[in-house]
Every structure is written in structure tokens, then in C-alpha cells.
Design a protein around this ligand. Structure first.
Ligand code: ADP
Ligand code: ADP
Length: 228
């Protein structure tokens, strides 16, 4: 687990217009932070800088107090969960979950990998599906496999980029509950991007509202939505 500190973060793309403009947010160890705002307000850009997929124009990013400004995902131990799952269609559920451990060549024995995959599949109720391929799974099951892959890495934090936006309303509600429970159980620091009001109101400890690249407000869901 880790804290994530953003100090006066600015991102300018080639057109020079700041997509993220002087944003400072302190995400505490184990906190679940929701990032909301209209399309184009800079949510994805901010998340991509945190994960190391995008350069920071100015400002400082600290993970557990360590400065990690460079665009270098390997510098940090973070897991990103995308809306399109990014699963490997030709691998079984088991091998999809095990994939990040196999990538770390020689670091984990087959036995260790097996144990980690079992723990994740227990948590995510995937035990009956381990030998199936992603193509035969429901959207909710695929999203759980994607989370399993994030869990086995023992990451310091989860970053979610609208993970439920491709699911139908019923499944979205179910997965919302599952993600909330899972995050509480694991107590892992999380940043969750969404434009869904219900997700923003129910999932997080705090909600950060971005508008045109600026941090407009940051408060608990209750404080935010009880305002006149
Ligand atoms: P959101 O995730 O809130 O929809 P984005 O972070 O995707 O917002 O985009 C913020 C702003 O930055 C938008 O004006 C968008 O057009 C611009 N933008 C995003 N990515 C790029 C890019 N690779 N090059 C240039 N402009 C970009
Ligand atoms: P989202 O709002 O879900 O992030 P977008 O359609 O804004 O999706 O962005 C999809 C991809 O296109 C992202 O990788 C983003 O960085 C890139 N992008 C967005 N706006 C621009 C832009 N104006 N110029 C170049 N790339 C962009």
C-alpha cells in the first residue's frame, strides 16, 4: 500500500493548452478516491500521469514520499484496470490472472503463482471459471478477471479508468458493490475515474471534482451531495 501525492501537477499537450492545470491531491494510504468531471476535464490524463504513461509538464508526483515524475511505469508498482479489460483471448482465466507473475521471469515459482492465483480467484468468485477463455465469460466475469490480474501483483495501488462503463445497468450495480467490498477487504489505495454519479456517491471515501483541468472541489460524497 502507498500514499499518492500530487503537488501542483500541470499537463500541457502539444497545443499548449493545459489539460490538467495545477492539481494538488493527497491520496492517503488505503484511501479510495473517486475522480469525476465532464468529458475532457482531464481525468484520464491525470490518471495516466500517475501510472507513468504520460509525461508531467510541471509539478511533483510522489508515491509513498518518493518522487516519481518520470514517464516510466516500471518505476512504480501500480495496477491499472481498464474499461475494455485488456484480457488475452487465447489464454485461460487462470493464465490471464497469472500473466503478470509469469512476466516477472523467475521471480515466482509455479507453486507461488498457483497460490496467488487461487487467493485472487477465491476473492473474486472465479474458481469455477479458471479453465475458460475470456470470450466465453460475461462482462462482469471479465472485469473480475481483470481485477484478479491487478490483485496478484500485490500492487501498491489500483487505478481504475471507468471500469464499468461497458457493462449494462444491472451488472454495473452488482460490480459496483463487489468493487467496494473488495477494496475495503484489501484496504488498497485506489483512484477510480468515473462520470457515473452513483459510483461517485457510493464507492469512495472522497470525491475529487475536476473541471477544465482544474480541481474544483474535493470532499466526502456526503459533503459533496448534501450541499445546496
Ligand atoms: P477526460 O478523461 O476527463 O475525458 P482527458 O484527460 O481525456 O479528459 O482530456 C483532457 C483534455 O486533454 C481534452 O481537452 C483532450 O482533448 C486533451 N487531450 C487528451 N489527450 C490528448 C493527447 N494525447 N493529445 C492532445 N490533447 C489531448
Ligand atoms: P476518454 O474520455 O474515455 O479518456 P478520449 O476519447 O478522450 O477517451 O481519449 C481516448 C484517447 O485519445 C486517449 O488516449 C487520449 O489521450 C487521446 N486523445 C484525447 N483527446 C485527444 C486529442 N485532442 N488529441 C490527441 N489525442 C487525444
Amino acid at each position: 500500500m502507498a500514499s499518492i501525492t500530487m503537488n501542483n501537477i500541470v499537463k500541457k499537450y502539444d497545443d499548449g493548452f493545459p489539460a490538467v492545470n495545477d492539481v494538488s491531491i493527497d491520496v492517503a494510504d488505503g484511501e479510495f478516491l473517486i475522480l469525476v468531471g465532464p468529458s475532457g476535464c482531464g481525468k484520464s490524463t491525470l490518471l495516466r500521469m500517475v501510472v507513468g504513461l504520460e509525461d508531467i509538464t510541471s509539478g511533483d508526483l510522489l508515491i509513498d514520499g518518493q518522487r516519481v515524475n518520470e514517464k516510466e511505469p516500471r518505476q512504480r508498482n501500480l495496477s491499472m484496470v481498464f474499461q475494455n479489460y485488456a484480457l488475452y483471448p487465447f489464454l485461460t482465466v487462470y493464465e490471464n490472472i497469472a500473466f503478470p507473475l509469469r512476466l516477472a521471469k523467475g521471480k515466482f515459482s509455479d507453486q507461488e503463482i498457483d497460490q496467488k492465483v487461487r487467493v485472487a480467484s477465491d476473492l473474486l468468485d472465479l474458481n469455477d471459471h479458471l479453465e475458460r477463455k475470456p470470450g466465453n465469460l460475461s462482462g462482469g466475469q471479465r472485469q473480475r478477471v481483470a481485477m484478479g490480474r491487478a490483485i496478484v501483483r500485490d500492487a501498491d495501488a489500483f487505478l481504475f479508468d471507468e471500469p464499468l462503463s461497458n457493462l449494462d445497468a444491472k451488472l454495473r450495480g452488482q460490480m459496483r458493490t463487489e468493487i467496494a467490498q473488495l477494496q475495503r477487504r484489501l484496504g488498497i489505495t485506489s483512484i477510480y475515474v468515473t462520470h457515473d454519479q452513483t459510483e461517485a456517491m457510493t464507492l469512495g471515501d472522497r470525491v475529487a471534482v475536476l473541471k477544465k483541468g482544474r480541481l474544483q472541489q474535493i470532499a466526502s460524497p456526503r459533503e459533496l451531495y448534501e450541499q445546496p
